[in-house]
Design a protein around this ligand. Structure first.
Ligand code: ACM
Length: 469
């Protein structure tokens, strides 16, 4: 029979049958239980005229099953079609990243994204909490991080192109931050929906907001910089004094305590060396540390962060630039630059997450830029996400087994409102979820038709999206 209901991601095995379950309270009629008869990642869901039953090999798989059930009952009215589903994911890490630094999102807006992720059986929210344009997490003992670093006076309008004298600013302050209590609440909200929140403290670059708050954290404490009001990469990176490392220990220790996830993301991307080149202190420290090149200083930060976090039983995750230095064996690489990085990282034995900008950066245009709201550039259509070759050729089985996940990225330079974030996220996130889940492969046309059937569900959840062409 034709599928009466469009499911995204498509479960591994779905067998629809005749008959309906007549109910006005499907959640009350769902029986739920853990079982040792299923592998930990697997769930089995069956709906018959008599009722619905969900069993799973773990709490995580139970959450996946509940989220599939949610898709089936949303919009089914009082007559739910009968079905037998057996299902498990390909990747353990099915992530979405959200940049709350460039534009702050309220707790309730983040909760809406979490709800939408759960609906698609995504299970990791990577919160990019700090960057040059705003520090968004309360750190006890450093009130200026959020008082000063959490607010910028104005924001560049449009792209950062041409001479600085030609740039236009909106003249409107932008700010916001989360208290530790709010973040703990968000962690619990996500956990109940099967989602782990992984925080990112981007270091040692992308730190201008922190340096604006505490100039001693920079390379030239006598110089007062502001929170960055334009995009691009800032030269104002962390300095190398003991005070800076004490600061990092405090920040990472507190962040590790807020988020129970076994990982903390430490950034590591795009760290210019120009200030270290010019700083006498950085050169002195380099010699003390036995380094020969300024570029090696970043490795000291990575190792320091890894040591602090290991003390809190956490592993580091970092963007692929960190491959340029020696790393703890249990580092997880988040590969955003070239797909070849997946090969390099796994050849060195690191667990790796596919976050390649070519296919997973949802700040790129999703259709003809002439007809779309301003975006960073590039073009990644929903079809691209669905059909992309995500892994490079000629990986060994060992390397393939080290690819633990797929993640979409929502950088927020050009998305000042939650509505704009959702527009950029959907429906590309639906296609990404399908890839991360490892749903049975279909043609683009088949997926597009299923997606068309799925989009009214986003309407029902109040989620905005770019309509299909
Ligand atoms: C990145 O896009 N800089 C990770």
């Amino acid at each position: 029979m034709p599928d009466p209901i469009a499911l995204v991601p498509l479960p591994r095995s779905v067998i629809w049958s005749e008959g309906v379950w007549e109910t006005s309270a499907p959640w009350d009629g769902l029986s739920v239980g853990l079982t040792e008869d299923l592998p930990r990642t697997e769930y089995a869901l069956s709906i018959s005229p008599q009722g619905a039953s969900l069993t799973a090999g773990s709490e995580a798989a139970l959450a996946d099953g509940r989220n599939t059930f949610a898709q089936i009952v949303t919009g089914a009215g009082g007559a739910i079609p009968c079905v037998t589903i057996s299902d498990y994911p390909q990747y353990a890490w099915r992530g979405m990243h959200l940049d709350v630094s460039r534009h702050f999102r309220t707790v309730s807006e983040v909760e809406t994204l979490i709800d939408a992720m759960a609906l698609h059986r995504l299970n990791v929210l990577h919160l990019h909490l700090t960057d040059d344009q705003g520090w968004r997490v309360e750190i006890k003992g450093y009130p200026k991080l959020t008082e000063v670093g959490g607010r910028r006076g104005q924001t560049l309008v449009g792209h950062m192109s041409g001479d600085a004298e030609t740039w236009e600013f909106d003249g409107t302050p932008h700010g916001g931050f989360y208290t530790q209590e709010e973040l703990r609440g968000l962690v619990e909200y996500a956990r109940r929906r099967g989602i782990m929140i992984v925080p990112e403290i981007d270091l040692p670059g992308h730190m201008q907001a922190a340096v604006a708050a505490y100039p001693n954290l920079g390379n030239f404490p006598e110089q007062q910089v502001g929170v960055r009001e334009v995009w691009g990469i800032s030269d104002h990176v962390l300095g190398v004094s003991d005070e800076v490392f004490d600061f990092l220990r405090d920040v990472l220790t507190q962040v590790a305590a807020i988020f129970p996830a076994p990982y903390v993301h430490i950034g590591g991307d795009e760290c210019p060396h120009v200030e270290w080149e010019r700083s006498a202190e950085a050169r002195t420290r380099m010699n003390e540390w036995g380094l020969t090149r300024v570029s090696e200083i970043q490795g000291r930060f990575t190792r320091f962060a890894a040591d602090v976090l290991a003390g809190a039983d956490k592993r580091i995750i970092a963007w692929d630039e960190v491959l340029e230095s020696h790393l703890p064996d249990d580092t997880v690489i988040m590969n955003w630059r070239h797909a070849n990085g997946l090969k390099t990282a796994t050849a060195r034995g690191f667990q790796t997450i596919i976050a390649t900008h070519e296919h997973t950066y949802f700040d790129q245009y999703q259709a003809d830029p002439k007809q779309e709201p301003l975006a960073i550039g590039g073009l990644t259509t929903v079809e691209d996400v669905y059909t992309a070759t995500l892994t490079p050729p000629k990986l060994t089985d060992e390397q393939t087994s080290l690819l633990i996940g797929v993640q979409g990225q929502l950088w927020s330079e050009y998305t000042p409102t939650a509505a704009q974030v959702e527009y950029m996220a959907f429906p590309r996130m639906c296609a990404l979820a399908e890839r991360a889940w490892g749903s049975p492969a279909q043609s683009w046309e088949e997926f597009e038709e299923r997606l068309r059937g799925h989009l009214p569900r986003l309407d029902a959840f109040g989620i905005r999206y770019r309509p299909l062409d």
